[in-house]
Design a protein around this ligand. Sequence first.
Ligand code: ADP
Ligand code: MG
Ligand code: ZN
Length: 478
Amino acid sequence: MTKFETVIGLEIHAQLLTKTKLFCSCSTKFGNPPNSNICPICLGHPGVLPVLNKNVVEFAIMMGLAVNCSIREFSTFARKNYFYPDLPKGYQISQYDEPICENGYVFINSESGEKKIRILRIHMEEDAGKSIHDQGYGTLVDVNRCGVPLIEIVTEPDLNSPSEAFQYLNKIKQILTYLGICDGNMEEGSLRCDANISIRAMGETALGTKTEIKNMNSFRNVERALTYEIERQIDLVENGGKVIQQTLLWNADKNEAYPMRSKEEAHDYRYFPDPDLVKLHVNEKWKNEIKNNLPELPEAKFNRFLSDFNLPQYDAEVLTSSRELANYFEEVTLDTKDYKSASNWTMGEILKLSNELNLSPLELKLTPKKTARLIELINQNIISNKTARDIVPDLINSVKSPDEIIKAKNLIQISDDSFIIEIVNKVIDENPTEVKEYNNGKEKLIGFFVGKIMQLSKGKANPQIVNKILKESLLAKK
Ligand code: ADP
Ligand code: MG
Ligand code: ZN
């Protein structure tokens, strides 16, 4: 039986976080009333002229530099002509044969280790509007999105499995959000992905006929859609059929992809350079300014976390998975030198709370300062680890400091020997059977005694001291 290799190339559209549109001063704000963020320019009225938004160019260059692209000194805007109700101009301004960024790459962690994924190009383009079919009035059109700036990031066909595609998407999202140029939200459409996919016999070098899947609105859906389509193509070829080049729409509810009506994809865009826009000139000086102002990128941060904080690889990876989480961690380390505990708290409680409450880590009332203080209180044996975790809800729901809370709730750990001896003796006296069994070798009963003691001390007895005194006292009963 033939063994097949999967070949995937992704086209990712990222909506840029500029205040205004690509060629006019209309707001890009999401959620304004339909057809309110519009003007004659983004509607393409006769005689208007587009004016390029400098911020968009800077964002595109930032992304290009972050993924090792060369930046074209001169790039061209082109008209992509097609008719659709949500495109009042009748064309989209995009870039065609002279895109701003070319020939980059990123590394992903694939099953077979680190793998280089080449990026063919990144170009700027304007978004189209939105047709809305589900409001019960036939089809409605909202053109607020017309002219909102996007970059399109196109890979070479270097991805060879759905999970590699997933890894790559994550990587791109991570870089975009580190740069602060896109919010990376696929569910809300600010990150969109079209997947091109083909199969070929293992060892074959020519590319097979590809299909393109659209309409996947989550990372998981991309993985699922690709898995579905690979199986479909292999099945087809194994049964003597041939893959035909077509565009498919993913249906997440049915877990299936359907061909678009062929009329909808019969495109001849008649690209030509937009006569209203001169060639865009990016000189070395501008490019270098942008390069020098790039924020620290995920890989650099990861390496720095390993060396500066002596963290395990796993920790550094989780902490740098998002810029906000990494920032939180670094702020904790301003107030405690116990970096491993800072990492544990950030990867554990903080990540969990930020997901549960849908807040960015630095928006939590449990601030880095408070987390650092908790770590110090534990390390100084003033509270137990358990107490620290128990008061997290208080820290999340109030602005009180850890010290105020443990004082108000009388939670300070007791390390005083005589107090602990008293409780230990009480527990030993009340449980003679267990004491006998323990001394006859049933050592796991130690947990039973500790539990009783902690209960009696309302969780305040210092566990290390409890353990020491308890073992001594039990031995004395032997
Ligand atoms: P189109 O003109 O249909 O958009 P392109 O050649 O511009 O096609 O490629 C679009 C994307 O599809 C790129 O990411 C590219 O790497 C990928 N691609 C091209 N050919 C194949 C193929 N045979 N199998 C899988 N992906 C492919
Ligand atoms: Mg395409
Ligand atoms: Zn406008």
